[in-house]
Ligand binder design. Sequence first.
Ligand code: ARG
Length: 359
Amino acid sequence: MKIDLVQEAKEFITSCYQELNKTQDEINERIHAITKQIQTSGSYEHTPFEIDHGAKMAWRNNNRCIGRLFWDQLHTYDRRHLKTEDEIFEAILEHMEYATNGGRIRPAITIFAPHREHQEIRIWNHQLIRYAGYQLEDGVIGDPASIPFTDQCIELGWEPKYGKFDILPIMIQINNQPPKIFDMPEEAALEVNIRHPEYEWFDDLQLKWHGVPFISDMALEIGGIRYMAAPFNGWYMGTEIGARNLADEGRYNMLPQIASHMGLDTKSSISLWKDKSIVELNIAVLHSFREDGVSIVDHHTAAQQFKKFEEKEAESGRAVTGNWAWLIPPMSPATTHIFHKPYKNEIVKPNYFYQSKLI
Ligand code: ARG
């Protein structure tokens, strides 16, 4: 028998059921049933409320996430029964529409059938909405982080457009069959044009970003069961876009252009041209999302919300684990309380995990 799986299941069922105020009898009964199921079939199935609460616990336990105050508001779509790539794609679109909600973003997760012997569903995309990256002879167009996946899409017959912000198709694989790709319908992906509240020249940069981050390549692990296809979303913190996606040298690398529009001396680092331009880029991101009515949080508010999360967890008698290097925002980190205290980076399950790269 799979002792590890039984052990993992026991631990999950006990804490999940206790949190949901179930009785010790219910816990014992459920563990008994699960143990029998594992003995006869090698695995077991979660009930709908178990995966729902398990997904929430996984969010609460994710050490890198500053937005965990809202863990209890995650909406779960239980899609374990879906069999074909087309059905899976339809379910993804339904999730996207619910989550996007015209800009009032709602955190959600869609859970497809878990990993079993001879059963494996994978979504190849890093996120459901991501911009293509093309390596050309004289440089890169688009998002450099997407180059390998974009190549893969082209190989499977996707038509490259060679623009800076081309939304990639969804790639779904079931078992050992070749992956299938599906074009993203235009109305499915909410996007925000980035403009600046004072600098009119900012429009000339022609920047935009997608409104919702939908992580689609992580595995959700609950009670020893691994859900390899379980895309989830929250809303953006401004710095993810303004201080990383559009700013990193290995991504859209926009700081030199912004600095030169601002007339800053980019020859000398003591002019702090990078700092000045990164602030203006982040002001533009927050301003544009706000004006379009698309949910976004600035890093100061997010840190305050995280503080509240820490307090609430203490009240519930749970220890907060965290990965300091990820929790501090990439801009002005020392202006948040997170910078000034240590966090234990212990891994508590359920949780979301990286899984082997497909490309
Ligand atoms: N940092 C990633 C991005 O820029 C998204 C990660 C998840 N972010 C979130 N706010 N839930 O696309």
